[in-house]
Design a protein around this ligand. Structure first.
Ligand code: CTP
Length: 434
């Protein structure tokens, strides 16, 4: 196999130094990498670093080596273009097809998958202009990773950190491996991408519900909503229309999704069932939300006070919440949802004396009656709040696919791969193909 040809574009941000680590991961993995830093990137990390680490000349401008027409050749010959960090300015120039330096020229001539890893201050990432540019790029099939949340350059923290080089590298390998959707995922300037979920409506629930005890207190859970956000972002990148029923999350809403904010399990149930049934029925519903199984029977309308006279503590009575996934399965069985709607559940499991994580997952898959159940091990710092996840996608048909440890985007892609397969199969069955 010939070495994959990667163009690594580097934008002018402090995170440019992390691109040097990403470059190492590529070269150690056997890729042939041409680095294309912007002029401002070179103010952060100089040309010798890129040349030494890539073992190749560094392409810095449209006016160097003009006889080789580098702005056309680099883009055309690449198997993958990765930009890390992608600054707000680069996202804007890429979204609008500007070509005032070598990197943006490469982006216009590339016909391979393009992966952008943004990094900027939270205010910039959340600015409507950047949100719109990101949505436009994703609509065209460009893969824009969600930035990480955490410490930024100054004292500030929030979403905007460059994803860790390992995560960018894993996403890049996924694209190079030709994950479904790649063929349709156009580069910048290519015709509008279709994506393997184009024309599909999917509903994704995400985050943790909160069940009020009184006006200021609630029973909640440790879900960060990252896996649900990654599912929504990947579905958008693959062309789907996404209704994102979002309980409490620590991550921003994916640009381009129709967001339905909810708080409690009952609100989430109503929002999911409404969205699933709308317009003749959704093509798929993915229940990534951590839904509370119980809620306080009678939340206090006023703040619960402690007594100064004794140590008495209130006893809170709980009642069962409806199981939303079971409700969806029942709705489909009773014809309130189309038979073709693919239903996906998640199972957060810990192994115990009665069975392993996978055994519990298989039992839950049978019990829940969904088409797919994504089983992940929780506890000990795994899954909750972390960017990575290890999961097994169990099919009602007995299929099992292990993913990870991998970025939550990769787990999301594995889920959409399985959903897309079932949707295509459903269509073929309707036509009578076998
Ligand atoms: N779920 C749901 N409604 C609930 C609880 C869970 O729809 N009231 C969904 C979750 O979104 C997830 C799946 O069911 O997709 C599995 O949730 P989990 O909490 O792991 O399983 P439970 O069925 O609650 O079983 P247990 O708590 O006994 O492990």
């Amino acid at each position: 196999m010939t070495a994959p040809r990667v163009v690594l574009g580097v934008g002018g941000g402090i995170a440019a130094y992390k691109a040097a680590l990403l470059l190492r991961l590529f070269t150690e993995g056997g890729a042939s990498v041409r680095v294309v830093p912007t002029a401002s990137a070179l103010r952060f990390v100089g040309e010798p670093t890129w040349a030494a680490l890539s073992g190749q000349p560094v392409a810095t401008g449209v006016w160097a080596d003009v006889h080789e027409v580098p702005h056309v050749r680099l883009g055309r010959e690449a198997d993958l273009v990765v930009v890390a960090p992608a600054t707000a300015d680069l996202l804007g120039r890429a979204a609008h097809g500007l070509a005032d330096d070598l990197l943006t020229n490469v982006l216009l001539t590339a016909r391979c998958p393009v992966l952008l890893a943004p990094a900027m201050h939270t205010e910039m990432w959340q600015h409507p202009a950047v949100v719109a540019n990101t949505a436009l790029l994703r609509e065209r099939g460009v893969h824009v990773l969600e930035p990480d949340s955490g410490r930024l350059t100054g004292a500030d923290t929030g979403p905007g950190r460059l994803p860790e080089p390992e995560r960018i590298h894993a996403a890049a390998l996924e694209l190079l491996a030709g994950a479904p959707g790649r063929a349709a995922s156009g580069a910048l300037g290519a015709p509008v991408a279709s994506g393997d979920l184009a024309g599909r409506h999917v509903v994704v629930s995400a985050g943790g519900t909160r069940e009020p005890l009184d006006p200021v207190r609630f029973l909640g859970n440790a879900s960060s909503g990252r896996q649900g956000a990654a599912l929504a972002a990947r579905a958008l990148a693959r062309g789907a229309r996404v209704t994102y029923v979002r309980a409490h999350t620590e991550v921003p809403d994916p640009a381009g999704a129709h967001v339905v904010p909810v708080s409690t399990a009952l609100q989430l149930r109503d929002a999911v069932l409404t969205a699933a049934a709308a317009g003749g029925g959704a093509d798929a519903v993915v229940m990534a939300a951590a839904v509370a199984d119980f809620r306080p029977a009678a939340p206090s309308e006023t703040k619960i006070k402690k007594s100064d006279d004794d140590d008495a503590a209130p006893v809170v009575e709980l009642v069962r919440n409806p199981d939303v996934l079971a409700g969806l399965v029942a709705a489909r069985r009773e014809g309130r949802l189309p038979a073709s709607t693919v239903l996906v559940g998640f199972a957060a499991e810990t192994g115990d004396a009665t069975g392993s994580v996978l055994e519990h997952g298989r039992a839950k898959a049978r019990r829940k009656g969904a088409d797919l159940l994504v089983v992940n091990e929780v506890g000990g710092g795994r899954a909750f709040g972390t960017p990575d996840n290890t999961a097994v996608v169990l099919g009602a048909d007995g299929s099992e696919r292990a993913v990870g440890p991998a970025p939550k985007e990769s787990v999301a892609d594995a889920v959409w791969d399985a959903v897309a397969m079932r949707l295509t199969r459903g269509r073929a069955d309707q036509r009578g193909d076998h």
